[in-house]
Design a protein. Structure first.
Length: 489
């Protein structure tokens, strides 16, 4: 049923489903794409763990048992994507419902609004409402799935003799990240549409407007990533667990240092006072071969930056260089194999391989600089600039370690995105922005308020789908191309 990928002039760059009725093709394409994106990473993880286990020569389970466990895990992963309330079904209902309802709604709108309305307006309205309705239903589909993380058993009044019982409470919020992703994309489409109208009649912009246009994406990324890093320090539960763990892995920081800065913020630790918190940083100092007294806030005001350096010596600048080297090496070990693997999918040439290597090096330099600027921003506020502005008394030192030092790192680290290629900056900004917005919203809320999130998602999806249907370029990055290709009949 599914033919090969078309390649000639006028052919589509996606899988052609010639035997499927045109009205059903968007749904099927969306389902296959959603299935691949949902199940593919799980299959890769299962196979990677199995390969790692074989290499390690584990003997806990016999080879036959390992293979049986592997087969069971693969079957479970493959079957999970076929359930009616999972991501593939969501994709199929969103794209398929939008395509299926579009023409009937256009006919209905024509009857209701009369012949005075232009065909273009009727087409756009029909497409918008069709996507709005299908997006509402598809999100409700995902929200209908119950998970332990969003379920709680609480005490409740009962007819039992003791008058005490329990009840199960379900919360909303499972789909919040998806909703914020759609909302950010919709806002990006709207802002770019408004910005496009600011072009002068001769097609030029003023120097100030051109500068704003060039700095908009880097500034957007810097603000968003700063909010994420602030949340990682002081409100980690507001970030998705996998994202939080990835940041921790990249940062390579002793958790005792983070906990100490949190306690300064809450007032549990204060300079010049014995609040019973000395053991936290004193044990850390001893582990890095430093005097334990350096970690006692009652004695050491402030605790030296050498503790922040985690054994790299007293120089803040040397620590920054050391951080860049380690972060760059860690990033390159991730980016380089990935970019080379993507090139090997096609027929690689020396030019394409060189471009892939340079891209990996550039991305690694960006991430290395991001981490370096964050740490050096902390050092700048603690030892270089902060004391000169705020003073060196105990209250000033407490204020710096209470949040100013972390805030400085959060402010400067995101501007490392300027190292990245200009065409990648928008994607990075649009990737981080939803996660930044999520830090200002509760991860769980009353189930009865899900309609608000549904309305935001549906309206946002309608804006994005309508923009992509008219011009794939209106929705930046890969998303616009994917949506435009999926919706083609």
């Amino acid at each position: 049923m599914v033919t090969a990928v078309q390649a000639g002039r006028g052919a589509s760059p996606y899988i052609s489903l010639r035997t499927v009725p045109p009205s059903l093709r968007p749904a099927l394409r969306a389902f296959l794409l959603g299935y691949a994106s949902a199940v593919g990473p799980r299959l890769f993880t299962i196979l990677a763990r199995y390969a790692k286990s074989k290499r390690a020569g584990k003997k806990e389970v016999a080879d036959g048992g390992q293979k049986e466990h592997l087969a069971h895990s693969l079957r479970t992963a493959l079957a999970s994507g076929l359930k009616w309330n999972r991501f593939p079904s969501f994709c199929a209902l969103l794209a398929g419902g939008s395509a299926f309802l579009e023409v009937p709604l256009q006919r209905l709108l024509r009857k209701l609004l009369g012949p005075g309305i232009s065909t273009l307006t009727i087409t756009r309205l029909g497409r918008w409402f069709a996507t709005f309705f299908s997006a509402s239903l598809s999100l409700r589909l995902l929200q209908s799935r119950r998970t332990p993380a969003y379920t709680e058993i609480i005490p409740a009044k009962s007819d039992q003799p003791d008058g005490v019982g329990v009840k199960t409470v379900h919360y909303g919020g499972r789909t919040l990240d998806l909703t914020l992703f759609a909302a950010v994309r919709a806002l990006d489409v709207i802002v770019r549409a408004v910005w496009a109208r600011s072009v002068a009649a001769d097609g030029t912009r003023s120097k100030a407007a051109s500068l704003i246009g060039r700095l908009a994406d880097p500034a957007f990324f810097a603000v968003s990533s700063g909010a994420v890093m602030w949340a990682w320090f002081y409100a980690p539960s507001s970030l998705p667990r996998s994202y939080r763990e990835w940041i921790s892995s990249a940062a390579e920081v002793d958790p005792r240092l983070i906990e100490a800065l949190r306690r300064f913020r809450t007032g549990e630790m204060r300079y010049g006072e014995d609040t019973g918190q000395a053991e936290l940083l004193s044990s850390m100092a001893a582990d890095y071969g430093l005097p334990p007294a350096w970690g006692d806030p009652a004695v050491s005001v402030p605790f030296p930056c050498e503790l922040v350096h985690l054994g790299c010596g007293p120089s803040c600048e040397f620590h920054a260089l050391s951080r860049f080297y380690r972060s760059f090496r860690w990033s390159l070990s991730t980016y380089l194999p990935l970019t080379l693997a993507l090139q090997l999918r096609r027929k690689p040439t020396s030019k394409s391989l060189r471009r892939a290597v340079l891209s990996a090096v550039r991305s690694s330099a960006f991430l290395g600089t991001f981490i370096t600027l964050f740490y050096y921003g902390v050092c700048l506020s603690r030892t270089r600039i902060g004391p000169r502005i705020l003073g060196t008394d105990k209250s000033a030192r407490v204020a710096i370690d209470k949040g100013i030092c972390v805030g400085t790192g959060c402010t400067v680290c995101g501007w490392s995105v300027l190292i990245e290629a200009a065409q990648r900056r928008p994607e990075l900004a649009l990737f981080v922005a939803p996660r930044a917005l999520a830090t200002f919203l509760p991860r769980k809320y009353a189930e009865g308020k899900e309609w608000r999130e549904t309305a935001v998602f549906a309206a946002s999806a309608a804006v994005v789908f309508c923009a992509a249907a008219e011009d794939k370029g209106l929705v930046r990055g890969v998303l616009g191309k994917v949506i435009g290709s999926v919706l083609e009949r």
